[in-house]
Design a protein around this ligand. Structure first.
Ligand code: ADP
Ligand code: ADP
Ligand code: ZN
Length: 214
């Protein structure tokens, strides 16, 4: 099962992608997590990506596409995956399709987690992230057991630099210009599925399970 998660920054793609990965036993591939791990390890890629991410801009396609295509070659990705944060531009989606076609496969579901812009700022300002293991929390909606500490690995939680309101507005603008067109792109391929992302975490997941099957 090959799944693409669509939706604005903060819509809940990562939260749902983790649940999908667990239930359907496929890897969760998040380009944002891959970039943040590279930034943490101070790699060349990390240094380049950081300058774009901090400004709320997209990392250029040439740095992003090969990264994802390489990840697909790994053994755990042979029976499917859930892509979170990729593709984010039409050229990325076209390159993804071309690579899949070569191996005789295709995207089975593009799940659009629909959340209006008004709700996004609140989602983002309450988001707390663990840079060590990638877990995500929310101060109101998904609080960690112990304040400021990751439930899964014990690391301190952070407010991502790019989750500050100024940067969130920029990211929303970039989303509408460059990423939202993917909704039509996947609709034309007859794989688009819409879910109402304003509901609670578990209700959103129930909608997704109804699409993917038990
Ligand atoms: P969110 O989950 O809030 O949408 P991500 O963790 O997916 O954020 O992405 C954080 C940042 O990483 C983006 O704002 C962008 O700068 C960069 N990024 C992630 N994925 C891509 C991609 N597919 N193409 C370009 N830039 C990306
Ligand atoms: P994305 O990957 O699309 O950027 P996340 O999954 O990181 O979004 O979610 C953004 C923030 O909103 C996180 O703090 C997360 O805990 C919270 N969140 C996710 N889904 C919901 C939901 N359905 N209701 C309330 N808060 C949510
Ligand atoms: Zn952690």
């Amino acid at each position: 099962m090959r799944i693409v998660m669509l939706g604005a920054p903060g819509a809940g793609k990562g939260t749902q992608a983790k649940k999908i990965a667990k239930k359907y036993k496929i890897p969760h591939i998040s380009t944002g997590d891959i970039f943040r791990a590279n930034i943490k390890n101070e790699t060349e890629l990390g240094k380049k990506a950081k300058s774009y991410m901090d400004q709320g801009m997209l990392v250029p396609d040439e740095l992003t596409i090969s990264l994802v295509i390489d990840r697909f070659q790994e053994p755990d990705a042979q029976n499917g995956y859930v892509l979170d944060g990729f593709p984010r531009t039409i050229p990325q989606a076209e390159r993804l399709d071309a690579a899949l076609k070569k191996s005789g496969s295709q995207i089975d579901f593009a799940i659009n987690v629909d959340v209006p812009d008004e709700n996004i700022i609140q989602r983002m300002s309450g988001r707390r992230a663990c840079v060590k293991c990638g877990a995500t929390y929310h101060l109101q909606y998904a609080a960690p057991k112990k304040d400021g500490i990751c439930d899964s690995c014990g690391e301190s939680l952070i407010l991502r630099d790019d989750d500050k309101p100024e940067t969130v507005e920029k990211r929303l603008k970039v989303y509408h210009e460059q990423t939202q067109p993917l909704i039509d792109y996947y609709a034309q391929k007859n794989v688009l599925k819409e879910v109402d992302g304003t509901q609670g975490l578990e209700d959103v997941f129930r909608q997704i399970q109804a699409i993917l099957g038990e």
